[in-house]
Design a protein around this ligand. Structure first.
Ligand code: HEC
Length: 227
């Protein structure tokens, strides 16, 4: 085996073991989100604006893009989703003032535009459902996947008042929405991907038929006598 192949294999092995190590300790639940489920995305957007946008911004996302991508009529976006903005072209910014955030949480709640990219959907799904009572913490709660977190258990009331399956499905919608926000082009990318594959498949059939046609001549045609 050549040296470079050995090096590549070594690096691959290292990556596998590092990713295996990093997930040791907490078992993440599978989010099972589906970015092509538009109802789920719409519901997630509504829940996010109601429960999260007070503290967290989505500074890479504008309301009008949301309206377009999720097929929500602009009037509905204005009345149901825009609590923090003046104009439909604005980005989604948290209402919370920075000084207040520093005082209350010891820092500004992070922007969640890309959180699904760096934490992954399973992590967020598990995180939002893993708060537990802990009197030693300022908000009386701690979190199994994020020890000593400074975010309160925002969904506690919802969890108390909603059947478990329904609650999980609501959290799943929020996570699905964050996944879309992390890469809005994913909606288009997946759709184009299917079309490109279908096109390539069609091309394969045509190319095969063409090849057969050409080889008929090569084998038995004017260039070569029949066997
Ligand atoms: C009252 C303010 C507040 C609300 C409301 C809130 N959060 Fe948070 N959130 C925080 C703070 C503060 C942190 C930072 C925690 C830390 O670093 O200890 C945080 C952290 C997070 C993180 C981890 C981000 C990272 O980069 O590690 C995620 C994910 C998250 N919040 C999601 C949500 C979602 C989804 C909602 C709505 C259901 C929500 N939050 C509502 C204050 C809030």
């Amino acid at each position: 085996m050549s040296k470079s192949i050995k090096t590549i294999l070594g690096v691959m092995l290292m990556c596998v073991s590092i990713s295996a190590l990093s997930s040791v300790g907490v078992k993440l639940d599978t989010a099972n989100t589906d970015i092509s489920d538009n109802n789920s995305l719409q519901n997630g957007a509504k829940l996010f604006m109601n429960y999260c946008s007070g503290c967290h911004s989505l500074s890479f996302m504008r309301y009008n893009r949301l309206a377009e991508d999720l097929n929500i009529p602009k009037e509905d976006v204005v009345t149901n989703l825009m609590f923090n903005a003046e104009k439909i072209g604005d980005t989604i910014n948290a209402t919370m003032p920075t000084e207040g955030a520093n005082k209350w949480f010891g820092g500004t709640p992070p922007d969640l535009s890309l959180v699904a990219r760096y934490k992954g959907v399973d992590w967020i799904y598990t995180y939002l459902r893993s708060f537990y009572p802990d009197d030693s913490r300022p908000y009386g709660v701690n979190n199994h996947v994020f020890q000593n977190v400074s975010m309160p258990d925002i969904l506690l009331e919802l969890k108390r008042t909603t059947p478990k399956d329904e609650f999980n499905s609501k959290v799943r919608d929020i996570v699905n929405f964050l996944d879309y926000v992390g890469e809005p082009a994913k909606l288009v990318r997946s759709a184009i991907g299917t079309k490109v594959l279908a096109f390539l498949l069609l091309l394969l059939v045509l190319a095969y038929l063409l090849k057969k046609e050409y080889w008929k001549d090569v084998k038995y045609g004017k260039w070569r006598a029949k066997d």
